[in-house]
Design a protein around this ligand. Structure first.
Ligand SMILES: Cc1cc2nc3c(=O)[nH]c(=O)nc-3n(C[C@H](O)[C@H](O)[C@H](O)COP(=O)(O)O)c2cc1C
Length: 453
């Protein structure tokens, strides 16, 4: 991350070289920059729409809500490069004809809020803000949906943070009914560099917040088009010792999982969409064999159900229903019909929800079902390959059929032919755990009492 900070060189260049607003927009278009907030909308095109919108009162809004679990790149930018965001907003204001800016920042980021406020005060003192363009901070209302642009605008205006259908888009009718341009923090942070160094030198990098089952987690900035394999193995050190990476989850609650067999997929908006996920804002969680894909999908569906604002029925009721089906499966009570229902209900929620929260909420479970259908099928048989669900023990494919566990089992719950995979009868098992302790190849997992009914 090298966004510069506090120099306001790009805006000085604009005034010194008398670069026209239309030229600025052409530069942003030529750079190929696309919105880093999730949807990947071409930034220059959005700026052009606002510049062409009628009226003299317009707003520029910076979206710093960052509610995706697993995403923390905007936080780093707001904390470390607050002046860059202010400079970018001022450039945007100059290019589109807006005089007022609002930064909507997640209230749970107190350091980002403090640093942004200090930067605004310094910019006023130094004459970098407050004349032709000014910026104020509004604190996020603590709901994931408030990151959605129409809900965000309602929240800024002191209304309930609920979305409304688009059109009208904010570029037509946004804050107080005026044309409004909303850009993500990282999108904006790229603007001064594009102006200073020219669009032809823009490397189109993206910051990923990598976490989970990987040796080196943290923020990694790579050019768009870098493959998942390069990011996970080359830059993040690959799996933790003794483990095997099986997938990544990209895009948070709106995104999906991508199996290791597709790790040669380039990290760009269209390629990731083609394999059933979204690049999203850049949260990337690495998963190894200790993660149960059904349980993991349930986490995200539950997140969306909890965060649904409740305004539209498909999202309010549908996500809860989807969560209940997944809960049933992770309790070992799922049926084949449940898997069909996940698909039909998921599709209905996607097709009929009002905003992006509902529309994308089934993606985590649909992609998990697509690529890890065998794990769902195992749950229908009462087995959790990762040993996360159910309260009993489960013998994995590592079993060499040595029979030691069966010999130790005090209640005779384990059976299997020599040298073939053994099986534990969950109805007989008393969950003493002796089998797992005995197994010489660590093939027995489970015993997680937290999952008890
Ligand atoms: C449920 C939901 C949550 C969102 N949260 C954020 C967020 O935290 N930050 C963000 O920049 N965009 C978020 N977005 C996307 C915004 O609606 C909007 O597309 C984005 O701020 C536009 O900026 P960009 O063009 O620079 O990407 C969210 C969208 C949805 C549907």
């Amino acid at each position: 991350m090298n966004f510069g900070n506090g120099q306001y060189q790009a805006i000085k260049k604009i005034y010194a070289e008398k670069i026209a607003p239309a030229t600025i927009i052409e530069m942003i278009e030529a750079s190929g920059l696309r919105g880093r907030g999730g949807a990947g909308f071409p930034t220059g095109k959005k700026w052009r729409l606002l510049a062409q919108a009628p009226g003299t009162e317009k707003f520029v809004v910076c979206n710093g809500d960052e509610g995706d679990p697993g995403a923390f790149m905007d936080r780093a930018i707001m904390e470390q490069f607050p002046h860059t965001i202010l400079e970018a907003m001022r450039i945007a204001g100059y290019a589109v004809g807006a005089q007022k800016g609002v930064i909507y920042v997640r209230a749970e980021y107190p350091e980002a809020v403090a640093n942004l406020q200090t930067a605004i005060d310094q910019a006023h003192r130094d004459g970098n803000l407050g004349q032709d363009f000014d910026v104020v901070i509004r604190l996020g209302a603590g709901a994931y949906v408030c990151g959605e642009e129409t809900a965000l605008l309602n929240s800024v205006m002191g209304e309930r943070g609920e979305p409304h259908p688009r059109p009208p888009y904010p570029t037509e009718s946004g804050l107080y009914g005026k044309p409004t341009m909303i850009n993500n923090v990282e999108t904006l942070a790229n603007i001064p560099n594009i102006i200073l160094n020219g669009p032809e030198n823009f490397k189109n990098t993206k910051i990923f917040a990598v976490s989970g089952a990987v040796q080196k987690s943290g923020l990694v900035e790579v050019p768009l088009g870098t493959t998942i394999a390069e990011l996970v193995y080359q830059y993040c050190g690959g799996a933790k010792p003794g483990h095997t990476i099986k997938a990544v989850q990209i895009g948070g609650p709106s995104g999906g999982c991508i199996p290791a067999s597709l790790f040669d997929t380039p990290l760009d908006y269209d390629s990731i969409k083609a394999v059933g996920a979204i690049l999203g804002s850049g949260g990337l969680i690495v998963l190894d064999e200790t993660t149960c894909m059904v349980d993991f999908a349930k986490f995200f569906v539950k997140f969306s159900a909890d965060e649904s604002c409740g305004k539209c029925t498909p999202c309010r009721v549908g996500t809860k229903k989807l969560e209940a089906v997944l809960e049933k499966i992770t309790k070992g009570k799922g049926t084949t019909e449940d898997l069909i229902q996940i698909q039909t209900l998921g599709q209905q929620i996607m097709d009929t929800s009002l905003c992006g929260l509902g529309q994308s909420s089934p993606t985590p479970v649909l992609s998990a079902l697509k690529y890890f259908g065998d794990e769902f099928a195992a749950h229908l048989r009462g087995e959790c390959p990762a040993g996360v669900c159910f309260h009993g023990y489960y013998i994995t494919d590592k079993c060499v059929g040595c029979d030691l566990c069966a010999q130790k089992c005090p209640v005779g719950a384990i059976e299997g032919a020599p040298k073939t995979k053994h099986h534990i009868d969950p109805l007989v098992c008393v969950k003493c755990g002796l089998c797992a302790k005995t197994c010489p190849v660590h093939a027995i997992t489970g015993g997680n009492d937290e999952n008890n009914d």
